[in-house]
Design a protein around this ligand. Structure first.
Ligand SMILES: [Zn+2]
Ligand SMILES: [Zn+2]
Length: 427
């Protein structure tokens, strides 16, 4: 509790010192607000509305919440406790990309799991205990530049491979923010999209993730003994798949063989791989020329083509957290607020700021999510309360790894991070 009181005070100070820097979201007084306090007895305080930004900021300064959210939804009366009486007006289209929900290789280094049932533990990303199959694992998940880069690349792909070319979304209607922890979210503020139902939203998400893609509809078909591929001049998915196949075919034979032989990704026969390599030039000229779209020389086995295309589609598709996009009453983190699991700021980004944004070592002070860097370089004493704490690399310096009982001296911003992650306590 002492630690939570300490963090609450720091969060209040942050809001007091940054009144001007907290942005105003669009249609502010039509949004529902939600707060998770430091007091763990209370899950979430929601159904709140603010007529003016000043009232909202005053609330933040007075309460210093652990997490701060506002709805993607617009309501007539957002403060009404009864969802049916709020007067639903529409909902921004949300896409959440969070490395909590998909695999990245660096998790083998920095994420740990413990089975509460049988005591087994290990590294990486697991849903259930490999020994006793218990589903409720205790997890210690961490962040590093690698996984945050993966999430960032997904956002870039989403915007430039899908939203702009396929949906014609206006750039000024796209709002991107670093979540303050393990990902990014993207909000589209477009009145046509705001009117979509949950089912319609699901269709869009299926499109951008590649879920349930039909190769037949895209044009792949077997006619007699021949396989005909997608027609070249179509837009959308066929175009993206062609681009990916062409990129593969420009690699050396050795590289292609290594990629296609990886059984964790592709499940192809040696025969198919050999044919593709032998036929590489011809196949490339075939897919570049829409008139000759006969893929039979590589393989006349339609199943093998599906196996070839599936990992390609998976690579192109976006790792979006589907439930977020289809929920029309979703609350999302308020820009400029602090994330209670890290103490980092939720940082809004312009499209041209995304590419070079580096949340763990950002040079542009305005965009820097690590707000507790002290100019006085204060050092704080903490005690580690978690079995093992992975190394943390923030602002070019590495802290840890640590183990249970370690007494450590760390700079203020690292102290806040470790306390928020609940792996250390103040002493
Ligand atoms: Zn177990
Ligand atoms: Zn990582």
């Amino acid at each position: 509790m002492k630690t939570h009181e300490y963090l609450k005070r720091r969060f209040k100070e942050y809001y007091k010192e940054n009144i001007e820097k907290i942005p105003l979201v669009s249609l502010f007084n039509q949004r529902e607000f939600g707060f998770i306090p430091w007091d763990q007895q209370i899950r979430m305080i929601r159904h709140m509305g603010f007529a003016k930004k000043e009232l909202f900021i005053t609330h933040l300064i007075n309460t210093g919440p652990r997490h701060v959210y506002s709805s993607a939804t617009q309501y007539e009366t957002p403060e009404n406790q009864d969802m049916k009486k709020k007067g639903y007006k529409g909902c921004d289209f949300l896409i959440d990309i969070d490395v909590d929900h998909f695999y990245t290789p660096c998790k083998e280094d920095h994420d740990r799991w413990y089975c509460k049932n049988c005591g087994k533990h290990g590294n990486g990303m697991l849903e259930k205990c490999p020994d006793c199959k218990e589903l409720k694992l205790k997890k210690v998940t961490w962040i590093c530049k690698d996984c945050l880069d993966v999430a960032k690349q997904e956002i870039i792909k989403l915007i430039y491979d899908f939203l702009i070319p396929d949906f014609n979304v206006e750039i000024e209607n796209i709002k991107v923010a670093f979540s303050g922890h393990r990902g990014y979210h993207l909000k589209i503020e477009d009145n046509n999209l705001r009117a979509l139902s949950s089912d319609q939203r699901r269709e869009i998400v299926n499109y951008i993730t590649g879920e349930g893609i039909s190769y037949e509809i895209l044009g792949l078909r077997k006619k007699g003994d021949n396989i005909f591929g997608f027609s070249r001049d179509t837009i959308g998915w066929p175009q993206k798949i062609y681009r990916e196949i062409e990129a593969l075919l420009t690699k050396s034979n050795l590289e292609i063989e290594t990629i296609l032989s990886d059984k964790k990704v592709f499940n192809l026969s040696q025969h198919f791989i050999e044919n593709l390599l032998n036929d590489k030039k011809i196949f490339r000229s075939i897919i570049q020329n829409s008139n000759k779209n006969n893929w039979t020389s590589v393989s006349s086995n339609l199943d093998m083509w599906y196996k070839f295309l599936e990992p390609i589609v998976a690579k192109i598709g976006i790792e979006a957290d589907v439930p977020v996009s289809i929920d029309t009453h979703r609350l999302i983190r308020y820009p400029g607020s602090l994330h209670g699991k890290t103490g980092f700021k939720v940082q809004e980004l312009l499209l041209d700021e995304i590419e070079f944004f580096n949340p763990l070592d950002e040079q542009n002070e305005k965009l820097d999510p690590i707000v507790f860097v002290s100019k006085l370089e204060t050092i704080q004493k903490l005690e580690i309360i978690e079995q093992e704490v992975p190394a943390t690399n923030i602002k070019g310096e590495t802290f840890g790894p640590y183990k249970l009982g370690d007494k450590i001296d760390v700079p203020h911003h690292i102290a806040i991070f470790l306390l928020c992650k609940e792996v250390a306590k103040t002493i």
